[in-house]
Ligand binder design. Structure first.
Ligand SMILES: O=C(O)c1ccccc1NC[C@H](O)[C@H](O)[C@H](O)COP(=O)(O)O
Length: 256
């Protein structure tokens, strides 16, 4: 079994780490550079920084943040939020990011995935998919892709979109369940397994982590390659090393 990765996620709003539930009621969770360094020190395998209110004028904030983080962490980190061009990616990678995560811009223009993979290599292009289980106009309940920080439902079915982004050259998928985000009730294991079982690229599961057992479930039932979490780390409810020791005892391969 490939080593499973534990990835803290720092959702960034106006330069601060925030955390909500189901993508709303955001509250302050600390300084992202400080938190990033702490998580790296505590044994996180990677970090994700998501500028969830990404606008053009936030772009400079993000570049400055990346430079500061790069000085303080020695593990791979991914930056996402409002990225929509080869120039955006170049600037972030040159500032020290190891990977970028694209979401709304990929839905808006799927060819962007092909272009970025060709220009920078698939290994540094993650496509983030925010998904919610909703009743569509034809009365069927389906997992539907949402964009713009979860505010806009699209016409895309999550499973089909996951397949398409892989075919277009995505190196990994960051699959965030809006239904489980912030609830600490567990990851969306069934959906994660459906996507993981149909993909040959790594799937990072995100949204809902509340206990150490939830990580065991997302790796065994959800078949995820990595577990991403925010609430339980920011609010100091789970220690990363203790989590990894727990997973190793369960027979999950982790880096300790
Ligand atoms: O991804 C977004 O665009 C977004 C926008 C607004 C608020 C939250 C957002 N994403 C949710 C984050 O990716 C969040 O870090 C993950 O869902 C993990 O959250 P936890 O359930 O607290 O571990």
């Amino acid at each position: 079994m490939l080593t499973k990765r534990i990835i803290p996620c720092l959702d960034i709003k106006d330069g601060r780490t925030v955390k909500g539930t189901n993508f709303v009621n955001l509250r302050d969770a600390g300084d992202p550079v400080e938190l990033g360094a702490i998580y790296a020190e505590q044994g996180a395998d990677e970090l994700v920084f998501l500028d969830i209110t990404a606008t053009v004028d936030n772009r400079k904030t993000l570049i400055d943040l990346v430079r500061n983080v790069a000085r303080n962490v020695n593990i791979p980190f991914t930056v996402g939020g409002g990225i929509s061009s080869i120039e955006d990616v170049s600037a972030l990678l040159n500032a020290g990011a190891d990977k970028v995560s694209i979401n709304s811009s990929a839905v808006r223009r799927p060819e962007l995935i092909n272009e970025l993979a060709l220009q920078f290599g698939s290994q540094c292009i993650i496509v983030a998919i925010d998904t919610r289980f909703i009743v569509t106009e034809n009365g069927i309940s389906e997992h539907i892709v949402h964009t713009h920080g979860g505010r806009k439902p699209t016409a895309l079915r999550t499973l089909a979109w996951a397949k398409e982004v892989e075919e277009r050259g995505a190196g990994e998928i960051l699959l965030t369940s809006m239904d489980t985000d912030g609830t600490k009730a567990g990851f969306a294991n069934e959906l994660t397994a459906a996507i993981s079982g149909n993909s040959s690229i790594p799937i990072i599961a995100s949204g809902g982590a509340g206990t150490m057992e939830h990580f065991n479930e997302v790796f065994t039932v959800g078949k995820a390659d990595a577990g991403l979490a925010a609430s339980i780390f920011h609010f100091k409810e789970i220690d990363i090393i203790e989590l990894k020791e727990y997973l190793r005892e369960k027979g999950i391969s982790v880096r300790l």
